[in-house]
Design a protein around this ligand. Structure first.
Ligand SMILES: *[C@@H]1O[C@H](CO)[C@@H](O)[C@H](O)[C@H]1NC(C)=O
Ligand SMILES: *[C@@H]1O[C@H](CO)[C@@H](O)[C@H](O)[C@H]1NC(C)=O
Ligand SMILES: *[C@@H]1O[C@H](CO)[C@@H](O)[C@H](O)[C@H]1NC(C)=O
Ligand SMILES: *[C@@H]1O[C@H](CO)[C@@H](O)[C@H](O)[C@H]1NC(C)=O
Ligand SMILES: *[C@@H]1O[C@H](CO)[C@@H](O)[C@H](O)[C@H]1NC(C)=O
Length: 614
């Protein structure tokens, strides 16, 4: 008990420490230094509206360089981002650079004009990279990724204006940290600089080469019945700022919110309440220091000691589910150790996708082990069969679900559509890492003796008293497991917002706290509902302790769908969103089930080990 407590404490401390670290340590470690006249790389990424996201040069007819080079790495590509060369040419200069993107008009046919109008209608945003920083609009509270391709306004009729001019601001900070006296200080030739911020303010302007850098007279309207000529242009302003730390440049991208503090506060209250309930129950059980012998007339949980450790029906499936669940738990935990904020960190797009695939593949070590241990504990004899099923069935089901979910993504050519390389990579990870690792760990514990139960099981099962309607276990489960959902609700919102709305929250710390609370709550709620059933002598707890926590996943799924209905407008991504919500919720279910089960197994064993027999 002491060791376990220490271990739990250690885990909690680790998680909290992780919460303090930030995504930036996972971003490119070496900042680029610039001198006067150095060129600043500008890359085209994509155009994006929620989950529907196309390459910069795919859908919208933006002006192209003669040859488009791709600079992104494999993992960057995995995350659905691109780095293609662009026509924007920036260099480090003192003066403003007001330039045309091309030295002439770009003419658009009616079809292309219609495309632009549709993209404006669907709120697409354009994403570029400058010195590896995503270009974003400055909303004073935070930077909002990308800029709108255009905007729609109402004045008698609806008008669509195309944003063809960009005002780009680049913030420099001196490498030598010399004090900037005032904002009028200019870049000097003998200094080196870091870029510590970029922002953009787009505008729509019907200008010509001659009037390019003069104030704008009229907006550039898109009329779907007329061809259009566009002069694309941009104006770059350099500013020198004092920034203590190059890595701080990522912070501005995150929305500052009190919601995290509030949610952590509520969760703390909830957990105190649940833990108190739990403590009362445990106190009642362990109160007596010397336990009397069992009498014949015992009722409640004590009377079913001879049945409570009877192996459940279909325990092959049971152990396979537990095994896979533990794999998810282990994978999630290792992933957290690598980076919490990095899950969806802007600083680290791509790295996380790769890390996730690798970590979950390697965590299959825990799958084979847990599944086999559970199976042996329940007295299973078809061990080889267990190994096969464990390493193939559930992973395969998830791979198939992922494949189906990606069908519309492939057909729409979204940038996050897995490439052939990515598909082969994932399949290879499954075949050559996940599968053998699972089988190996399964084989490793093949001959281990089963773990002991504190009570012997009677040969003849006892009759379970007929429960009254309110004693139905599913009712208490459905109610009880809303609480873990409520605890992670805020985190789910942050998660979906970064994914779908492009609003990023820096949620590492509250995420870690909620994660700990979440796990504790699942164990406690699961035990409380279980204890209630045991005390009305319903001893079929095995499957119930998987089912109850799994309900949390169901609530997550419902929430995702509601979020989707109110936030996803573009067709075509629904199918994808639905499938990935399903996959995510199923993973949550497996996660919760295995944690809840392990908690119940441990506590049930502890409780029944207080009984003494002649
Ligand atoms: C940098 O940009 C300025 C303004 O556009 C231009 O005059 C200058 O020649 C450029 N310098 C280099 C080295 O390209
Ligand atoms: C930058 O370029 C300008 C003209 O393009 C030149 O006058 C200036 O000396 C250059 N500065 C440095 C530090 O190379
Ligand atoms: C955004 O605006 C704020 C306030 O106007 C300013 O302090 C900050 O430097 C700006 N950030 C960027 C990257 O332009
Ligand atoms: C470029 O943008 C800056 C900052 O908004 C502005 O002061 C300057 O006048 C602009 N230059 C031109 C030529 O439009
Ligand atoms: C832009 O201005 C020119 C005249 O300067 C006009 O002929 C053209 O129709 C305008 N285009 C749009 C889209 O407003």
């Amino acid at each position: 008990m002491k060791n376990t407590a220490n271990l739990v404490l250690l885990l909690i401390v680790t998680i909290l420490l992780i919460g303090q670290t930030e995504s930036r340590i996972f971003s490119r470690s070496k900042p680029q230094k610039y001198k006067l006249n150095d060129t600043i790389p500008v890359y085209a990424n994509n155009i994006k509206s929620g989950l529907s996201q196309y390459g910069y040069y795919g859908k919208a007819p933006f002006p192209k360089p003669n040859s488009i080079e791709s600079k992104e790495s494999f993992q960057f590509r995995l995350s659905g981002n691109r780095k293609s060369s662009s026509l924007y040419q920036l260099n480090v200069t003192l003066s403003n650079q007001c330039k045309p993107l091309q030295s002439q008009y770009t003419s658009y046919s009616i079809d292309e004009v219609k495309t632009f109008k549709q993209l404006i209608e669907d709120d697409y945003r354009v994403n570029l990279y400058i010195d590896d920083l995503p270009l974003a609009e400055n909303f004073t509270t935070h930077l909002y990724l990308g800029y709108p391709i255009g905007y729609k306004y109402h004045s008698g009729n609806f008008y669509y204006a195309l944003n063809n001019h960009l005002d780009i601001t680049i913030l420099y900070s001196s490498v030598e940290q010399y004090k900037v006296e005032s904002s009028s200080d200019e870049l000097r030739g003998d200094q080196e600089y870091y870029i510590v911020g970029v922002s953009v303010s787009p505008s729509s302007c019907n200008h010509t080469l001659k009037t390019l850098c003069v104030s704008c007279e009229e907006t550039l309207l898109v009329d779907e019945n007329l061809p259009l000529t566009v002069q694309w242009s941009y104006n770059v302003t350099s500013m020198l700022v004092n920034s203590p730390d190059w890595t701080e440049r990522w912070n501005d991208y995150y929305v500052q919110t009190d919601l995290q503090g509030v949610s952590v506060g509520y969760n703390a209250v909830l957990i105190v309440f649940i833990s108190a309930t739990m403590a009362i129950i445990l106190f009642k059980i362990f109160r007596k220091t010397t336990f009397g012998l069992l009498g014949e007339e015992e009722t409640g949980w004590k009377s079913i000691y001879g049945d409570v450790f009877r192996s459940p029906n279909n325990f092959m499936t049971f152990s396979v589910i537990v095994g896979f669940g533990i794999q998810i738990v282990a994978g999630t935990f290792i992933l957290m150790v690598f980076s919490v904020a990095g899950f969806l960190s802007i600083a680290n797009q791509g790295g996380m996708a790769l890390a996730t695939i690798l970590i979950f593949a390697f965590s299959s070590l825990f799958n084979g082990y847990s599944s086999m241990r559970t199976y042996i504990m329940m007295g299973g004899t078809r061990k080889r069969y267990n190994t096969y099923i464990t390493s193939t069935l559930l992973p395969l089901i998830f791979l198939i679900l992922m494949g189906i979910g990606n069908i519309p993504v492939w057909s729409h050519k979204y940038t996050y559509a897995p490439t052939t390389g990515a598909v082969f990579f994932v399949l290879a990870m499954w075949l050559f890492v996940s599968l053998p690792f699972s089988a190996m760990s399964s084989y490793f514990v093949y001959t281990w003796p089963p773990s002991e139960y504190p009570c012997k099981t009677h040969t003849i099962p006892r009759l379970i008293p007929k429960p009254k309607w309110y004693q139905n276990p599913y009712i208490s489960m459905a109610i009880g497991f809303t609480i873990p959902f409520i605890m992670i609700y805020a985190e789910l919102y942050f998660f979906l917002s970064s994914l779908v709305l492009g609003e990023h929250y820096s949620y590492s710390f509250s995420f870690c706290i909620s994660f700990i609370f979440f796990i504790i709550t699942i164990i406690e709620i699961n035990f409380i509902t279980e204890y209630y059933q045991l005390s009305i002598e319903n001893y079929n707890w095995w499957w119930r302790s998987l089912l109850g926590p799994a309900i949390t996943g169901l609530y997550v799924f419902i929430y995702f769908i509601i979020f989707g209905i109110s936030n996803i407008s573009v067709d075509g991504v629904w199918f994808y969103y639905f499938f990935y919500s399903l996959i995510f919720s199923l993973l949550v279910s497996f996660f919760c089930s295995s944690i809840g089960f392990l908690g119940n197994l441990y506590l049930t064993k502890r409780i029944y080990s207080t009984l003494h027999f002649e």
